[in-house]
Design a protein around this ligand. Structure first.
Ligand code: BGC
Length: 424
């Protein structure tokens, strides 16, 4: 018999974006600079992106019309503080208008304070390798909360704080490895060129993604702590947490030790830090699984469906990651990102169908999941991969900037509106 699972009242249904991926012309950010170097790690520049900077009003209205009651977006540090110690009132006002628009359309804003990009001056000053960055980030968080905290529903300090630890693997995933060292050589040359541009040595070139050393991790976690403290000083009532890139790490027989070692480095250190910091929630961001044998990570199983990103289409991953994050931290969970890069919207719809079943199964077992955010609201700038990869539930024609809702978008919006999900 078919029945339905009713989500608790106040469950947040949203989609997520990041400023740099949608706004366009984020010219004072480190990433913009790196996109425009002769040898760039980025396939193409972000340019106008999908001009969300100007079109946020119609975009937010569209999300509300679809049925969502929340929207996750980031407030761009490089815009708010484009030069060290210069705070742009105009940019603060811009983000206040975004928050007001969310309010107007009944969307609870979940705000990310750092989503991969940093102000370019920060990188000249040592970036995420410098302890001072943690303080500067704390100041920035305090400023945002002082200025507009009364309109913010939930704060994510740092998006995927653990991704720098995973970056080498991710480059390989993007098809940039495994070519007789050619790609590695290119990456080295591009990084050296970028470091020179920012006026630092290659060892001290620390944009967020390339801050892969143990001491950089300390800076990142410290930045999270300082930001949490600053947010709480200004608005103790607003929940604050961190988000993590959590792949479902599965061990084949004999692969448990290798898996656990990997998990310690990539996930446990961060999950423990969230718990120890007394965070209000843990943000789970899941796209796929990784399997381990006794010799290390295993390739995608033969015959498995592959996403545009080159990894396995495996929506069931979400069940494992929610359970693991909840158990390890004891904190409430928001699924702050979940989705698939595919040109086939029917695959996207199926991915969401299975993923939501995972959320329901976890909640039926008593896990405190408080919200679900699809990545992404729109097809957008997929970092190093440029605009080729499409994660959106809303498509965008970048010549006209026209938005077109996909079937998956209508479907997900309907589930959100109903706040119910059919179960067996
Ligand atoms: C990031 C997003 C990215 C998405 C899809 C996440 O790691 O937070 O910015 O676009 O994955 O690759």
């Amino acid at each position: 018999m078919n029945t339905v699972f009713s989500f608790p009242e106040g469950f947040l249904w949203g989609t997520a974006t990041a400023a740099h991926q949608v706004e366009g012309n984020n010219v004072n950010s480190d990433t913009w600079v790196m996109e425009h170097l002769n040898h760039s790690l980025y396939l193409e520049p972000s340019g106008d992106a999908i001009d969300h900077y100007h079109r946020f009003g119609e975009d937010i209205r569209l999300l509300a019309e679809l049925g969502f009651n929340s929207y996750r977006f980031s407030i761009e540090w490089a815009r708010v503080e484009p030069e060290r110690d210069f705070i742009s009132q105009a940019m603060l006002d811009h983000y206040k208008r975004m928050l007001e628009t969310c309010q107007e359309y009944g969307l609870t804003p979940m705000v990310t304070l750092h989503h991969f990009t940093s102000p370019r001056w920060l990188i000249c000053d040592g970036g995420w390798g410098s302890l001072e960055t943690a303080e500067r980030f704390g100041d920035y968080a305090g400023l945002v909360m002082r200025e507009m905290g009364d309109m913010i529903g939930v704060v994510c300090t740092i998006n995927e704080a653990n991704i720098p630890s995973m970056v080498k693997m991710i480059w390989q995933r993007m098809g940039m490895g495994d070519d007789g060292g050619e790609r590695e050589e290119f990456n080295h040359m591009a990084t050296a060129e970028a470091a020179e541009f920012f006026g630092v040595s290659i060892e001290h070139f620390k944009p967020f993604m390339l801050s892969t050393e143990d001491q950089d991790r300390e800076v990142i976690l410290n930045a999270h702590r300082q930001a949490t403290f600053a947010c709480k000083m200004e608005r103790p009532d607003v929940p604050v947490g961190i988000t993590l890139a959590l792949s479902d790490l599965q061990a084949d027989e004999g692969g448990e030790t290798v898996r656990d070692e990997y998990r310690h480095e990539m996930q446990d250190i961060y999950l423990d830090a969230a718990r120890q910091n007394g965070d209000d929630f843990i943000g789970v961001q899941t796209y796929t699984r990784s399997r381990f044998g006794s010799q290390g990570m295993l390739p995608v199983p033969d015959g498995a469906a592959i996403t545009q990103m080159g990894y396995e289409n495996y929506p069931l991953a979400l069940e494992g990651t929610i359970r693991y994050a909840a158990e390890k931290t004891g904190l409430p969970v928001y699924v702050t990102e979940n989705g698939i890069g595919t040109s086939l919207d029917s695959d996207r719809l199926e991915y969401y169908r299975v993923a939501l079943q995972c959320v329901v199964d976890c909640m039926r077992d008593g896990i405190d999941v408080r919200g679900y955010y699809a990545w992404s609201a729109f097809d957008n700038y997929e970092w190093n991969s440029g605009y080729e990869k499409t994660f959106g539930i809303i498509g965008v024609d970048r010549t006209t900037q026209k938005r077109k809702v996909k079937t998956s978008g209508f479907w997900l919006g309907d589930v959100a509106k109903a706040n119910q999900y059919p179960i067996d």
